[in-house]
Design a protein around this ligand. Structure first.
Ligand code: SF4
Length: 495
């Protein structure tokens, strides 16, 4: 009964044109094939368009996907970093994933949580356990969570709402300063649902709603997601974020699981998804994710992947996504090894997770080694948040825990407009400094604090020298007052 109730056909059909969705495979393959040996001057023109913060046309992204010259790749990588700095400055936003349940009715071939893999170890966290997990994550210094739910009647939308309420109710004393700390933004990664259910999530105060298409290639999608399961409906998933927009959730996040099909095709799929959202709602995705398949227990597919993406191609796809969708945040996760994460941060990634535990209940059970049987995939960077923050500070990036945007109404179309005019980055720089100040006082180890203090002084000097702020003395006055108040012990101040 529960399964029958889920897919609301009208909510898909209203978006189809002539019965077709927006992924035209023949067209995408032709665009990639017709863009072979692109003229370097054409590529340079594309880089200039991206530097003016415009979403690229599919033909332009297809041309970038066909570049082979190493010299031209140097120019592409340089432009990708410039676009990132223009829109997002030198910030890295941190978050932690919290896996709430590993019960799932689907049978995705690549996933350790699939139904066929079900045993007595599968479970769903109680609200008391959610509270304990949240306490542990807050104690690390996090302010943003992404709550991850399997698709199952026990983790339905009411369970999600209860979980969000629990997360927002937890307060802790920070270990170094004793100041009050909490989670300020809970994002959701959950199965597609109807607009009516999505409205409940909106009312519960979620930040971003994230649904990965996994693969945009229809045949591959149907192969790895058996069609007798809920996830087997490609279009229900493809339009999940359109329904979210209909429900008033305008911060949405897209992603593909790289390794299921040709990576160039998936990049084009992510771009077409962006363009369709922009055309229909005037706003594209808040973030784009591009995890690569890693081994999962009980998954035969993860050892047999004809489309596995090499590190070199991974770097290329990050740079091309940065240029193709200049306003979207790009997320590199702890699936990747630290060295590669460092490299892609310099190619345009803007967000990452740290202190990541992906087992159910793994933050609070204090295990250092996680049991693969309880996890969806394996992680490549198990380092603590403090270690990663120190590393990115050494690279010249400021860590941000800012959650001001959605609390000040800077979401959806508003934030995208500000990002495309490179204005949001200016607010974010102020908020990054304020939240980094909190982190340094509340959580940082002595080593991280030493490096962080130098960095924060440099950031403040840049802010003081920035003409945009010089023209807005009231904003600067407020910033200076809030910075001082944080030093005196106040918390959760933002602009
Ligand atoms: Fe379930 Fe998601 Fe795993 Fe598929 S990928 S089996 S939907 S948890």
């Amino acid at each position: 009964e529960w399964k029958k109730d889920v897919i609301v056909r009208d909510e898909i059909d209203k978006y189809l044109i002539d019965g077709k969705d927006f992924i035209d495979e023949e067209k995408i393959h032709a665009q990639i094939a017709n863009a072979k040996n692109p003229d370097p001057e054409y590529i340079r023109g594309i880089l200039q368009k991206s530097l003016s913060i415009k979403t690229l046309a599919p033909e332009e992204t297809a041309a970038l996907l066909n570049v082979e010259s190493p010299e031209l790749w140097d120019e592409i990588n340089e432009a990708a970093l410039q676009v990132k700095k223009k829109v997002y400055d030198n910030r890295i936003v941190f978050f932690a994933p919290l896996y709430c349940s590993n019960l799932c009715v689907n049978n995705c071939e690549y996933c350790g949580f699939r139904e066929e893999n079900c045993d007595e170890k599968r479970r769903i966290l109680t609200q008391d356990e959610i509270r304990k997990e949240t306490e542990s994550v807050i104690d690390e210094g996090h302010k943003r969570l992404i709550l991850v739910f399997g698709e199952h009647p026990r983790s339905d939308v009411d369970y999600m709402v209860d979980t969000i309420n629990t997360v927002y109710s937890v307060y802790r004393d920070a270990p170094v300063s004793g100041r009050e700390a909490n989670i300020r933004r809970a994002n959701i990664n959950a199965a597609p649902m109807s607009s009516a259910k999505l409205k409940k999530l909106k009312e519960a105060g979620i930040g971003t709603y994230q649904v990965f298409q996994e693969t945009y290639h229809h045949e591959t999608y149907n192969k790895v997601h058996p069609t007798n399961t809920l996830k087997g409906d490609y279009r229900w998933r493809l339009y999940a974020l359109h329904r979210a927009m209909d429900a008033g959730l305008d911060d949405v996040a897209i992603g593909a699981l790289f390794g299921l099909y040709d990576w160039r095709f998936e990049v084009m799929g992510l771009l077409y998804h962006t363009i369709d959202l922009e055309n229909r709602f005037g706003v594209g995705p808040h973030t784009i994710s591009f995890p690569r398949i890693t081994p999962a227990s009980g998954s035969s597919l993860s050892n047999n992947l004809p489309h596995q993406v090499s590190d070199e191609d991974f770097k290329k796809l990050v740079a091309i996504l940065r240029l193709s969708v200049p306003t979207a945040g790009l997320i590199v996760t702890a699936r990747e090894q630290p060295e590669l994460k460092r490299e892609v941060i310099n190619l345009g990634c803007t967000q990452t997770d740290a202190s990541t535990r992906i087992g159910i209940g793994a933050y609070s059970d204090q295990k250092t080694e996680e049991d693969l049987d309880k996890k969806q995939f394996t992680i490549g960077d198990p380092r603590d948040l403090d270690d990663v923050i120190r590393e990115v500070a050494e690279l010249g990036y400021i860590s941000s825990f800012c959650t001001a945007g959605y609390r000040c109404g800077r979401t959806g179309e508003t934030i995208m407009g500000m990002l495309s005019h490179c204005v949001e980055g200016k607010f974010c720089k102020l908020n990054a400094v304020l939240t980094f100040r909190e982190y340094l006082n509340d959580y940082a180890s002595p080593e991280t604090k030493a490096i962080g203090e130098e960095l924060i002084l440099k950031e403040i000097a840049e802010i003081e020298a920035e003409p945009y702020f010089a023209e807005r003395p009231h904003l600067m006055e407020k910033f200076r007052a809030e910075y001082k108040d944080i030093l005196l012990g106040k918390r959760d101040l933002y602009l």
